[in-house]
Design a protein around this ligand. Structure first.
Ligand code: 9WN
Length: 416
């Protein structure tokens, strides 16, 4: 067996905490939402039982209103900030109060395809959980029915300190009720992490939403940060397609029609965010009403869930090639050379295996298998050279952030 696959499996074993997988030891000692969806797809390649278990444990944290939180605090740990006492969500299973990109139903379809019809009974409760969550997205995060879903916290994007948030986040006060006691910079180099000022604003938002009692309608009214976000919406659409497919397979005709309605509205809304001058799709800042024009990976993610006009797909691919030119590892999460570009600082430039995974699927879907193959090879080479790092410096290729990282291991197996 390929020695790297063996190693990837060993990382998932080492990060197992009892049916769920932590992203990496100490830096992220709990269950994270989209990490677990990617990890479940990794497990689906060789252990469907464990793959299902991953999603089942995540769903233990689902709220009554349908939200699946971004962190489930199954067991206490003092190596991460902010912990449950900062979130103050008062759920029986302790969780954070925000969500993360809805990769869940994408994973669920893959699991069901791997496990086959005998897994139908086990799949149904997870299907129901996903449907509840998708309804929550449209109800709580798109109350006006625009087709684009909004984020109320940068952590919900999974791309915490992306330059995409710079303008909107600068409006959020940096005062906090909760003392900011960072733990992350004790585990990895501070130069690779979001800045202190970002953290103060992240925690200001947590304090503000805790003061709303985590009531979605109140939060929507009072949110000082509200972005109708293109990457999350594109992921929701792909997940919506996969959910509609499962609904059809399970004979849930009414659900299938409801989901198809969501998907149709969202498809149209994403297309309206195409900006030919930028050769990218853009998010919208719902507080200022402006386009978010920062050059980040998010603008390419609609490849994943739309069958684009060949002219648009071609323009996206040309732009992606321009960004990747001369880099050791693609795809950079920020356009190299622009003002916000920092090739080692988390979501301000580095290449991430899971983002590449989404882009590779999107390039294949849109008739660009060569570009997909190039990106696949770049990702595999980075991992085989540097190990299963959290992410990679696209200029030097250096593996950065946490090591022995679960989603990098899952991505490697998936892309092999
Ligand atoms: C906050 C676990 C998570 C990922 C996110 C990544 C990072 C957390 C943090 O780690 O976010 O959710 O504390 O920095 O940005 O995408 O899910 O790997």
């Amino acid at each position: 067996m390929n020695m790297h696959i063996d190693q990837a499996k060993r990382i998932l074993v080492a990060n197992d905490r009892g049916g769920y997988t932590v992203p990496t030891d100490r830096l992220y000692p709990f269950q994270w939402n989209w990490d677990s969806a990617f990890v479940a797809m990794g497990f689906a390649l060789y252990d469907t039982d464990r793959a299902y278990r991953e999603l089942e444990r995540l769903v233990e944290g689902q709220w009554a209103d349908g939200m699946i939180p971004h962190i489930v605090f199954h067991q206490p740990s003092d190596t991460y900030f902010p912990g449950p006492n900062v979130w103050r969500t008062k759920h029986t299973v302790q969780t954070s109060g925000i969500t993360q990109p809805p990769v869940f139903a994408i994973a669920l379809r893959k699991l069901y395809e791997a496990a086959g019809k005998q897994a139908e009974a086990r799949t149904l409760p997870l299907y129901e959980a996903a449907l509840k969550w998708h309804r929550w997205w449209y109800r709580a995060r798109d109350p006006e029915g625009t087709g684009l879903v909004a984020l109320l916290h940068p952590w919900e994007s999974g791309s915490d300190n992306s330059p995409a948030w710079d303008i909107a986040l600068a409006r959020v006060p940096s005062t906090t009720d909760t003392p900011v006691v960072r733990k992350d910079t004790g585990h990895v180099n501070a130069e690779m992490r979001p800045r202190d000022e970002d953290y103060r604003r992240f925690i200001h938002l947590v304090d503000a939403y805790a003061a709303c009692g985590w009531d979605p309608a109140k939060q929507w009214e009072e949110a000082p940060f509200k972005i109708a976000e293109i990457q999350t919406t594109a992921i929701l659409l792909k997940a919506g397609e996969d959910l509609a497919h499962l609904a059809d397979l399970f004979g849930r005709t009414e659900d299938a029609a409801e989901i198809a309605g969501f998907n149709k509205r969202t498809r149209k809304a994403i297309l309206a965010q195409w900006r030919p001058k930028l050769s990218r799709f853009v998010s919208r800042d719902l507080i200022s009403g402006d386009d978010v024009e920062a050059a980040t990976q998010a603008g390419f993610i609609p490849l994943l869930s739309l069958d684009l006009d060949p002219g648009i797909a071609g323009a996206l691919v040309t732009e992606m090639k321009a960004w990747s030119k001369g880099l050791k590892v693609a795809f950079p999460t920020t356009k190299p050379g622009i003002a916000g570009w920092e090739p080692k600082r988390y979501w301000r430039g580095p290449a991430w295996a899971i983002i590449n995974w989404l882009l590779i699927d999107g390039l294949k879907r849109n008739g660009h298998p060569d570009a997909a193959e190039e990106l696949r090879k770049s990702t595999i080479t980075a991992i085989e050279t540097e190990g299963f790092a959290e992410y990679f410096d696209p200029v030097t290729g250096e593996g950065c952030g946490g090591l022995g990282f679960s989603w990098t291991a899952a991505a490697y197996m998936w892309l092999m």
